[in-house]
Design a protein around this ligand. Structure first.
Ligand SMILES: Cc1ncc(COP(=O)(O)O)c(C=O)c1O
Length: 402
C-alpha cells in the first residue's frame, strides 16, 4: 500500500516538527528556551473564555451554519469595515478552522494545474506547499533585509506571466516582521488590476503593529475588494491559536465556491468557539492592546540583544512578533546555527530556510516569550557565538558589530 502520488508534492511547516524535537530533548532533562513557536504566550482573555464556557452550557454544541454563526459574521463584518477600511457585509464572511483554512480554500478554489502563484520568500511555508499540492507552480518573490523586508514591486512585476493567477501578500509578515507601505500596496494593486490577478492578503498579524505603523488592507484600495481574499483570524490577535478560528472575506463571485469547499471539508467551525469569538470582537479590547505593548518591549529587548552579538545583524521589525536576523557573520548558515543552538545551547529557533531559500543566512526568532526567557536566550546565544572560530570575541567586536 502507498499514499497517493500527490502527497509527493506537499510541504510542511517545520515549526511543528522542530517543536516536537525540542520537547523530546526537554524530556531527557535538558533546559530548552522555545523561540520557535509562532503563537502568543498569553492566555485567551478571560471574557472570551467565559463566553465560550457559557455557550457550551447553553447548548451551542450542535452544527453551526456552514459559513459561520450569524452573530459572528456580523461582528467580523463590522470590525473589518472599521479596521480594514472597506465595506464588508456578513454574506462575504466565512468562518473557517484557523487562518490556514482560508489559505486552503483560496488555493483549492482558484489555482488550476499549471497556474502560477507568486509567494513571498521567505514566507509562511504553507502558501508554497498548497500551491504545489494542487498542481500549481509557486513563484517565489524574494523578500530582502536590504529592502526592510518589503517585496520589491518592480521585481514582482517582472515575475508576472500569462500563467500568473494569484499574488500572495502577508503584511505584517511571518517570518520577518516586515510591513508593506501604503505605496507598496497601491503599486501591487495596480499590477493586480492590470493583469487581472487575485490577491490573497494574509492580514493575520494586522493588529500587531508598532511605532505608529498603520494597517492598510489592500482590499480597501480602488477595485481591489472584488479581487482580494482577505485572510484574518483570532489566533494571533486574541491569543486563540488552540481555538482554531480564522475567517475569510471573499468577493461575491467566490462566495459559492467557498461555501462548497467548507461543506466538503469541515461542515462548519466549532459552534461554541464561535460564540467566544463574538465576545473577542465585541468585548473590551484592553487585553489585545496590552499584549501589543508587551510585544513591543520584547521586540526591543531581542533586537538590541541580537545586535550586540558579533556576527549577527537584526532589523527592528514594525509588526508581528518575529525577528529574522542575518547571522552570516557567525560563519554558519541559518540551518546550522538553528541546529547547534538547539543541541549545544538549549535555544530553539527556526532556520530561515524553513520559509524559503532566500532565508539561508537567517534564523527566525519568535519573541512571544517572557522577557526573562528572552534575556536568558540572548545570554546563551551570545556565549555560543563567542566560542565560534570565525567570530571575533565579543570584547573586541561588540562596538564594531552594531
Ligand atoms: C502568516 C500566517 N498566516 C496564517 C497562519 C495560520 O494561522 P491559524 O493558526 O489561525 O491557522 C499563521 C500561523 O502561524 C501565519 O503565521
Amino acid at each position: 500500500m502507498r499514499p497517493a502520488t500527490r502527497m509527493q508534492t506537499i510541504g510542511t511547516e517545520s515549526a511543528f516538527e522542530v517543536s516536537a524535537r525540542a520537547r523530546a530533548l526537554e524530556a531527557t532533562g535538558r533546559s530548552i528556551i522555545h523561540l520557535q513557536i509562532g503563537e502568543p504566550d498569553f492566555d485567551t482573555p478571560a471574557n472570551v473564555r467565559e463566553a465560550a464556557k457559557r455557550a457550551l452550557d447553553e447548548g451551542a454544541t450542535h452544527y453551526a451554519p456552514f459559513p459561520g454563526i450569524p452573530q459572528l459574521r456580523e461582528a467580523i463584518a463590522e470590525d473589518a469595515t472599521a479596521r480594514k477600511g472597506f465595506p464588508v457585509t456578513p454574506d462575504r464572511v466565512f468562518v473557517t478552522v484557523g487562518g490556514k483554512g482560508v489559505m486552503l480554500y483560496a488555493i483549492l478554489g482558484l489555482i488550476d494545474p499549471g497556474d502560477e502563484a507568486i509567494v513571498p520568500d521567505p514566507g509562511y511555508p504553507i502558501y508554497e506547499s498548497l500551491v504545489r499540492f494542487v498542481g500549481g507552480t509557486p513563484v517565489p518573490i524574494p523578500i530582502r533585509m536590504e529592502n526592510d523586508f518589503r517585496l520589491d514591486v518592480d521585481e514582482l512585476a517582472a515575475l508576472i506571466t500569462p500563467k500568473t493567477r494569484m499574488i500572495v501578500i502577508n503584511s505584517p509578515a511571518n517570518p520577518t516582521g516586515g510591513v508593506l507601505t501604503r505605496g507598496d500596496l497601491e503599486r501591487i494593486a495596480e499590477l493586480a488590476r492590470r493583469h487581472d490577478l487575485v490577491v490573497l492578503a494574509d492580514e493575520i498579524y494586522g493588529r500587531i503593529l508598532y511605532d505608529g505603523e498603520e494597517h492598510v488592507s489592500i482590499a480597501s484600495l480602488p477595485g481591489m475588494a472584488e479581487r482580494t481574499i482577505v485572510l484574518d483570524g483570532f489566533s494571533k490577535t486574541f491569543a486563540m491559536t488552540g481555538w482554531r478560528l480564522g475567517y475569510a472575506i471573499v468577493p461575491e463571485w467566490l462566495v459559492q465556491t467557498y461555501g462548497q469547499l467548507v461543506i466538503n471539508t469541515i461542515s462548519c467551525a466549532p459552534t461554541f468557539a464561535q460564540v467566544g469569538a463574538v465576545e473577542a470582537l465585541r468585548g473590551p479590547q484592553d487585553d489585545v492592546d496590552a499584549m501589543v505593548v508587551e510585544f513591543r518591549a520584547r521586540r526591543d529587548l531581542i533586537v538590541d540583544g541580537l545586535n550586540a552579538i558579533p556576527g549577527i545583524r537584526c532589523l527592528r521589525p514594525t509588526g508581528a512578533f518575529y525577528a529574522f536576523p542575518d547571522i552570516s557573520g557567525t560563519g554558519l548558515t541559518g540551518a546550522e546555527l538553528a541546529e547547534r543552538l538547539l543541541q549545544e545551547a538549549g535555544v530553539c529557533v527556526l532556520s530561515g530556510t524553513a520559509f524559503g531559500g532566500v532565508g539561508r543566512d537567517h534564523v527566525r526568532i519568535s519573541y512571544a516569550n517572557s522577557r526573562e526567557n528572552l534575556a536568558e536566550a540572548l545570554r546563551r546565544i551570545a556565549a555560543f557565538v563567542d566560542e565560534l572560530p570565525d567570530v571575533p570575541s565579543s570584547e573586541v567586536a561588540a562596538g564594531a558589530s552594531r
